[in-house]
Design a protein around this ligand. Structure first.
Ligand code: 13P
Length: 255
């Protein structure tokens, strides 16, 4: 099956940017530029404090709201954390788990990524699971091993039914925020490896249907090339998602 049969998902990851008032301006601008573009799913993963403002602004539009993390417990003494139910009540439908910045700076492990993913899925959220190798791992020739391990462990205990609400984002760590993108072929190859890991665990059909995004310096210039590859079904976009104009060009390229 070619990627044409899967729907592209273009998701902005705003990271720790935009106060609520700035978020309102940005989402208004994004909406004005992407409205009517129904050929892909559009998601913005915003800081927690921006969620109410952005959710209100996109109500009834094609844009969906995502969060950037979620805790695995339903509630309790976890200072500083946010539960899936809290997100849902605020209008969140998507959540990123296992972003490399969480793994790198906040001690996230394959095990906690798995716990967070399962809690989000149980609550009915769509989960964007991030995987990707470090530069040193690519240079040592173990990219395939690393992303396969991350993918397998993230999906441990995830049912076939739940898998329909999983998106995997391949984000090579060396390409994030560096302006250094993987080539179309490099990105496609690793997305293909991830697809085969999913197929080995859940069957050929599930592998074919899996939505796999590329992330890492995707921008208005290189998006069309990356999105034309067979195994790439959208993008998880950092820096370029903070510029309405650039984000809209990427959404257009995914139509
Ligand atoms: P950049 O697009 O800024 O490289 O960030 C990618 C990313 O980490 C998205 O989650």
């Amino acid at each position: 099956m070619s990627s044409r049969r899967r729907r592209n998902v273009i998701a902005g990851n705003w990271k720790m940017n935009m106060t609520p008032s700035a978020a309102k301006e940005l989402i208004t601008d994004i909406y004005a530029k992407v409205k009517g573009k129904k050929g892909c799913d559009v998601v913005v993963c915003v800081p927690y404090v921006d969620i109410p403002t952005v959710a209100q602004a996109v109500k009834g539009t094609i844009i969906k709201v995502g969060a950037q993390n979620v805790h695995f417990a339903p509630k309790g003494a976890y200072t500083g954390e946010i539960s899936a139910e809290m997100l849902k009540e605020c209008g969140v439908q998507y959540v990123i788990v296992g972003h490399s910045e969480r793994r790198q700076y906040f001690g996230e492990t394959d095990e906690t990524v798995n716990l967070r993913a399962k809690a989000a899925l149980e609550a009915g959220l769509t989960v964007i699971v991030c995987v990707g190798e470090l530069l040193s791992e690519r240079e040592s020739g173990i990219t395939s091993e690393v992303v396969s391990r991350q993918t397998k462990l993230a999906l441990q205990g995830v049912s076939e039914e739940q898998l329909k609400n999983v998106i995997i984002a391949y984000e090579p760590v060396w390409a994030i925020g560096t302006g250094k993108t993987a080539t179309n072929e490099e990105a496609d190859e690793v997305c293909g490896i991830i697809r085969s890991v999913v197929a080995a665990k859940y069957g050929k059909q599930a592998g074919k249907q899996m939505i796999i995004q590329y992330g890492g310096s995707m921008n208005a210039k290189n998006a069309a090339g990356l999105l034309s590859m067979d195994n790439i079904d959208g993008g998880l976009i950092g820096g370029a998602s903070l510029k309405a104009e650039d984000f809209a060009v990427i959404v257009e390229a995914a139509q």
